[in-house]
Design a protein around this ligand. Sequence first.
Ligand code: SAM
Length: 194
Amino acid sequence: MSGQALAPSARHIAARAFEGYLRAGDTAVDATLGRGRDCARLCELVGETGWVFGFDVQPQALEETRALLAQRGLLPRAGLFLMGHERMAEVVPPGVRLAAFNLGWLPGHDKRLTTRTDTTLQAVEAALALLAPGGALVVCCYPGHPEGKREQDAVEAFARGLPPSLYLALFHRFVNGGPGAPSCLVVERLAPAV
Ligand SMILES: C[S@@+](CC[C@H](N)C(=O)[O-])C[C@H]1O[C@@H](n2cnc3c(N)ncnc32)[C@H](O)[C@@H]1O
């Protein structure tokens, strides 16, 4: 894609969703900490009165995230767990405003330690059940590798099956970007009309 393009990439859609849904005082989840960049952004958006629960299965990811948050003065806003995201309901209470997934492997590390379809689906379902009315899930998928393609197909199929009276599901992808073009799924839990 050209650097001049105005059409938003999958990551731009995710970044806009973070900004659109989160307000000071909210609770957010970063389901895939990696190097901590998304977590840092979520911590900025929830402010001093908010809280971010972060998960990763690699100690290196927690160390890198902790270092980044400390450097930016954001560490008091986050709880970081060395735990699979599929177990998030053990520590996260209901009322989450935004849950972010950036699938794949830890950048610069072992590509075999990637997120996996079965646990990703379990985690997406767990996160959906924890959302506050009006809250959202944001899932960035990378179908350029075989497990990433399986994950994308699985989360998209899951979202297609959600009842439209309860959820809005948006799937964003450049359809002429080749088979590896990243995608972003946003699922919003509709707030009841008052
Ligand atoms: C693409 S990286 C995330 C990048 C991150 N959002 C950032 O801003 O730097 C994906 C991460 O998911 C982690 N991961 C893999 N399986 C996981 C699981 N079951 N639960 C939580 N994290 C997992 C990997 O260890 C890797 O660090």
